[in-house]
Design a protein around this ligand. Structure first.
Ligand code: E4P
Length: 217
């Protein structure tokens, strides 16, 4: 499973990258707003040290304008995945941009039938939003299962990018189902390392080492 960092915070991406935990990055207008940076400038900086796909989202809602914005975003670096919303205009833009050889991430996916359309439009990635479905009382992870089954039934190569991951349990469930990628805030990715028995065990080992006067260097 690939891990994408769901943030436009360059320092947070660098920190995770040093741990070998960044296979790509996803941003959206809200994340760019949070960073306080210009969208082109921050995307360029992320692409300067991340080799994997970096998603940058269009702001237009009409297909031709999305295509123009998508081309400008794709000009930033070879590893840009142009993010378009799952609307009919977004699908049209996806077909054109993917036909030109650009990676396209179709975002704001909330149903399996939407995901089927994105695959047919040539999306490189489909982004089903787990947390936002959970927020309204719908089991978001079921959507990942449904899309996995449909894509496998027909051999679609579009990668399932589990998005709106809010918890460690979301990450685990998406991995068990077989999502190709998950994108999560750095805090969630780092929380995956935590276990109270690890802390307790380490504490005991360190106390025993000190009591025995053990040294390595
Ligand atoms: C990523 O591509 C999405 O924009 C992001 O995961 C959305 O997460 P949120 O629902 O927590 O805002």
């Amino acid at each position: 499973m690939k891990f994408f960092a769901d943030t436009a915070d360059v320092d947070a991406i660098r920190e995770l990258d040093e741990l070998g935990l960044v296979d790509g990055v996803t941003t959206n207008p809200s994340l760019v707003k949070k960073s306080g940076r210009d969208i082109i400038e921050v995307t360029k900086e992320i692409c300067s040290f991340i080799d994997g796909p970096v998603s940058a989202e269009v702001l237009a809602t009409e297909a031709d304008a999305m295509i123009a914005e998508g081309r400008k975003l794709a000009d930033i670096a070879k590893n840009i995945a142009v993010k378009v919303p799952l609307t009919l205009d977004g699908l049209k833009a996806c077909k054109v941009l993917s036909g030109e050889g650009h990676m396209v991430n179709v975002t704001l996916c909330f149903s399996a039938t939407q995901a089927l359309l994105a695959a047919k439009a040539g999306a490189s990635f489909i982004s089903p939003f787990i947390g936002r479905l959970d927020d309204i009382g719908i089991e978001g992870m079921e959507l990942i299962s449904e899309i996995r089954q449909i894509y496998d039934n027909y051999g679609f190569e579009t990668e399932i990018l589990a998005a709106s991951i809010r918890t460690v349990n979301h990450a685990k469930a998406a991995a068990l189902i077989g999502a190709d990628v998950m994108t999560a805030p750095p805090s969630v990715i780092k929380a995956m390392a935590a276990h109270p028995l690890t802390d307790k065990g380490l504490d005991t080992f360190l106390k025993d080492a000190a009591a025995a006067g053990l040294k390595i260097l």
